[in-house]
Design a protein around this ligand. Structure first.
Ligand code: APR
Ligand code: ZN
Ligand code: ZN
Length: 366
């Protein structure tokens, strides 16, 4: 058993605390990871606010990179000393999706079996089955993906969640390629990552849409060729106009990524795509949201695909090493997502800055 510092949310809306936690030695199928860096994500704040579930206390943090310290007796995929990025979808290999070769859709992903606890033995619920605002964390071995050990932990750890979701929404779900246009609605961490992914794939034009001019500047730095301030102009018309400038006869973008998670922006995405185009919903709506007044004939008449993207439909074992290599080659600027490096005691302040839209990512260095 290991006693380390971790960041815990004890109750709904209460400020997080740095406390001592107990981390068990890894059992079968598990790995103990010494965390080096972990990004602060909206989902962590969401847990603290009771927006995910009521399984307090939570051990927060889930966008992390670190070094494997020990593994359970039967673990062969990773070994002590491996530099890994953590993922929250360890695939099972047994479910219907896995059996038909679509591991990225695994319907039965898993986490560590043993529980980390507070000093008094109270079981912790690790955020997204990870809990990496901690000096050490216990995960399922399949949640560890080995990547190039010379990469910067603060940057590559971000592939563990929002950045992967965004890149994957464009590349995996939207299947964006050269010779195709893309618009991304919502340019927070996820949307900007979609833009970076589209730039990697060679798409053009790459149109960034947001209501905040600061976000549009960040989008430009990540590879957006055009920006649209949808608080000032009609996003759908602007996207159509820009696409028609590049491709004769285009009536919208080939792929539109919705990275806000709201009905009105999804509807913009729906109407801003060209015939046979693809809409990708990567923003996460709340359960009460509905899309009203959508004529079914418009769904039929435009053809194409309306898709959702879970975690960028990523397969960590395929996508993490590939993206880390592109980062190392200077072709994917993961450093640009790291707005600041902070300490384990600075998370409340980071939530505050995130709330105001001042940062792409604050990253805790351990
Ligand atoms: N039109 C365009 N952009 C909008 C609108 C709107 N009506 N409303 C909000 N936005 C922009 C914000 O200005 C911000 O830049 O959407 C962006 C959302 O970014 P973040 O709040 O930083 O969220 P992010 O981490 O990028 O996640 C986006 O994906 O994973 C999900 O739960 C997450 O639903 C969220 C979405
Ligand atoms: Zn499976
Ligand atoms: Zn996250």
């Amino acid at each position: 058993m290991h006693q380390v510092k971790g960041v815990v949310a004890r109750g709904k809306g209460q400020p997080v605390e740095v406390v001592t936690i107990n981390v068990p030695d890894p059992g079968p199928g598990e790995a103990l990871v010494k965390v080096q860096a972990c990004g602060v994500c909206h989902t962590d704040l969401h847990y603290r606010e009771g927006g995910i579930n009521d399984d307090f206390p939570f051990l927060l943090g889930h966008e992390a990179a670190g070094v494997v310290e020990a593994v359970g007796p039967d673990v062969t995929g990773v070994a002590p000393g491996d530099f890994v990025v953590l993922n929250w979808r360890a695939v099972c290999g047994e479910c219907r999706a896995c059996k038909r070769g679509e591991l990225q859709y695994c319907f039965n992903t898993h986490n560590a079996t043993q529980k980390m606890t507070l000093e008094d033995g109270t079981e912790l619920s690790p955020a997204l089955g990870i809990g990496a605002f901690a000096e050490k964390t216990l995960v399922a071995a399949g949640q560890c993906t080995k990547v190039d050990p010379s990469a910067r932990p603060a940057a590559v750890g971000l592939l563990g969640c929002g950045v992967m979701a965004g890149i994957g929404a464009a590349i995996n779900t939207g299947e964006i390629t050269r010779g195709r246009s893309i618009a991304v609605i919502g340019c927070g961490g996820v949307g900007v990552a979609s833009i970076a992914g589209a730039a990697l794939a060679g798409a053009s034009p790459i149109i960034a849409v947001d209501i905040d001019p600061k976000k549009l500047e960040a989008a430009k730095r990540m590879g957006a060729t055009h920006t649209v301030d949808s608080s000032k102009v009609d996003a759908v018309e602007e996207i159509k106009r820009i696409c028609a400038e590049t491709y004769d006869g285009a009536d919208g973008a080939d792929v539109v990524v919705e990275a806000v998670g709201r009905p009105e922006t999804w509807k913009q995405a729906f109407y801003a795509r060209d015939l046979a185009g693809t809409v990708v919903l990567v923003g996460v709506p709340t359960p009460d949201m509905k899309v009203p007044d959508l004529p079914l004939i418009d769904v039929f008449g435009r053809g194409g695909a309306l898709k959702s993207s879970w975690y960028g439909d990523c397969l960590p074992s395929r996508d993490f090493p590939m993206l880390v290599d592109l980062y190392q080659q200077g072709r994917l600027d993961l450093d640009a997502f790291v707005t600041e490096e902070i300490g384990i005691g600075d998370i409340e302040a980071a939530f505050e800055r995130m709330h105001h839209g001042d940062v792409l990512r604050s990253v805790v260095i351990l």
